[in-house]
Design a protein around this ligand. Sequence first.
Ligand SMILES: [Fe+2]
Ligand SMILES: [Fe+2]
Length: 418
Amino acid sequence: MIRKISTKNLEIGMFVSDVGRAWFNHPWKTKSKYISDLSEIKELVDFGIEEVFIDTQKTLKPGVTAPTLKEDGFRAKEGSYRVRSQPPESVASTAKKEDPVSELELELPKAAKAYNRALDTSKALVAACRMNKRIEVNEVQENVDELVESVSRNQDALTALIKLRRFDDYTYTHSLNVSVLSIASGKALGLSDQELKILGMGTMFHDLGKCRIPSIILNKPDKLTDEEFVIMKNHAALSAEILIEQKLPVDDLVIKVARYHHERMDGSGYPDHLKGDQIPYLATVCGLSDVYDALTSDRVYHKGMLPHEALKFIYGLRGTHFQPEWVDRFVQSVGIYPPGSLVELNTGQMAVVMEVNHDSLLCPIIKLVVDPKGQIYDRPKVVNLAQPEGRDYSIQAVIPPKKAGIDPSYYFNLKGAS
Ligand SMILES: [Fe+2]
Ligand SMILES: [Fe+2]
């Protein structure tokens, strides 16, 4: 059973299943592990972490040592994966020493800093809106500029980051994630930096109107009634109204992205039932990212889909809700197997997707992390499936990392991300 406890009540032998912080925002190299030494508790306390999550069923009896990887493996071939302890730090550090650092990995720490700053702004935006205070538009613009610069240096680092971290509150991360996905896919679509900045701003503001929707409707876990849905749908128009009310010095297109992000090609959207080319293309990019982030995010009442499942769903909307070419380009940009995905190969090995080959979506660059017997490799090997070296490998399945007990973020160079 997972229980939240005060860090000060931790004891040796307890299994911390989650320190409750993003991977670059706590003192451990892993976010879950057995407490084997009092110094590990002190590290958390000194870092200011007051509470953590423990798995009470894994607490060890006095004198019993933590299970080794061998004892606690999983059965890949049978398709049932047992949660087991994380790979030892030596595995990750060996991998980092042995493998050349890719451009994506080089960008990750910078992307993480830009993301964290923008997340703080996203929280401030929601707070300002709830209290009817003025929006600090310059701050949002500065954050968006940083996101655009990161995407210009490397198209995939920020999208990899939002895939690798899924710990924060959806209320605050959603608009930021939509912004990141939109900027990255907009870049792949060939939009100019100016257009990307407008898109970034519009997406950061796209759901602002939700602060004027009664929370009983906003947070209702069950299906909304017809009347409630009418109220809920009003949020897009309200987002635009808030920006207009505050007379913010933003491009008119920023307001249009907010107002029209739920409009759909066939006229089935809202609030104005626009059709086809009547919908500004930046609002379409926002709409695609919005659906993708909503589908892949864990919510209180539903588990997020895996990226390839969400893309399949979006593909089903091709030609009705979204123009086919926009859907194709969005899929090409996000990648069927985004970095950080854990996949099972035809060989029985498991691999972490490190980079997307945007011209060959089914053949990403992967790192082999687990052998066919379920043993973690000491020296994970990088294989580019689009190159001759990858011809003997094919991806058979995508595995939820939690099911396999693997944290894909171990296999990325996160040095300097804290
Ligand atoms: Fe929305
Ligand atoms: Fe949204």
